[in-house]
Design a protein around this ligand. Sequence first.
Ligand code: ADP
Length: 487
Amino acid sequence: MSQKMNVLFVISEAEPLIKVGGLGDVGGTLPLALKNLPESMTDPYVIDIKVVIPYHDQIKRNQWPVEPVVSFKVLSRNGFITANVFRALKTDLPIYLIDGEPIQNTGTYSSDTSIDTKKYAFFSIAALEFCRAIKWKPDLLHAHDWHTAVAIQKLSQIRSYDTFFSQTKSLYTIHNLPYSGGNHPEILYAFDIHQAFDPEIPQYMRNLPMALGLDAADHINTVSKTYAEEIMTDGFGNGYQNYLRSHSGKVSGIINGIMMEQWNPSAEKVLYKNYSVDTLSDRIENKRMLQQELWLPIKDQTVLFVMVGRMTYQKGFDLCVQALRQMRDLDWQIIILGTGEDSIQKTCLSLSNEFPDRVRTELRYDEPLSRRLYAGGDILLMPSRYEPCGIAQMISMLYGCIPVACATGGLKDTIKDPFDYPDEYTGFLFSHPDVSAAEWAMRRSIEYFQDQDNWRQIQVRAMKQDFSWEKSAKKYFDLYKSIQSSK
Ligand code: ADP
């Protein structure tokens, strides 16, 4: 006899409707992977998953087709606020969009924390009330990052007396711990949300949405095993480390997957030349054309580094820029693609000025170019100071672009270094986010690059890996089951 498992998946972004960063990938792809798990893996359960996101202005502007589902009132100390819920059409999954006054006329994320805190507190509570409005009892609330933490807290407050939610358990997934949300006790008060009370959470942090989610969740997970361990340390815990250490039994990690079919160098139109492990010798065309496209000298033997990502302190671009200055004795080129903080953009541009015949810095978001970089670059540099999961390294390996990365979070869990895996290595890791460590690893990678036959083998190993969602979705399903059966 099959049994239904109702999962309410509450998140701030879900592609294809809205994607600002990696969270949008997860919001669109993990629920789909869960839904598509073969019956044999979920038996005797049938997963019924409903994804709920805010009806962001950007989705309205893009005129994604929707149909109205239900309207109801959300209680606040300042009166009722009407929530209108729509269902997105033309999606492979049921995605529900919540609208209401606090959500209207806001950016997806706002630099004004009071706007964001109100928006997402309302959204989180409305996501719970939506279930009641459609008479669909969730067995599990799966909420993500600080934006949806209020849902976890509200659930824990009401389920002792509210029979509709009395059986609902909660899972809180941390994608990026330092983003805690704003400190606005007055907004929490307006929605009758209590502050976190665990003594291991510092007093001054107890009104932060992240603290509420951590404190109230039945289980916490992060997007890689290593990040789950790191956030319990002083270096990565952002003030939550004592709390997380004392509740380590409810913290675990599951690596994100990627939609492998969306990242396939044998089928993509934006590449100069398609290739696969079987036609790897065709890959060089992509390198030559990329050098030509960006006015770099066309040289097969010169190692071509690429660096793609948000230009924030987290991503550590500055470390590699400085390391490259110290590596002027070697033959290399680099193409940097990204946008972000002014100072980091300037740091990258200054390298272009110093090495005009070796460095290109492209300051924009350009997905087709990113794909050509993965296909034409020899080595991806990913010197992140912390990286909860990271997907760029997985994509680049599937394209045969070998990563050099800091051994942190998901980078450590997805890249195999020759020291640890002498026969199976797929990239190069350095243990501390500093310039000399990055330089050491980059020099090491260039040395390996000189032996082109061996390099080919590294590429083949990297490209043949399975980063699909199915394995991780199965782990999430097992976690759902164990949370559901816990007291
Ligand atoms: P994060 O989610 O922290 O930004 P990830 O490595 O998980 O980092 O994901 C970054 C994704 O965004 C990758 O797919 C990368 O290719 C893409 N990306 C980042 N910056 C750019 C850019 N400027 N142009 C094109 N793609 C980009």
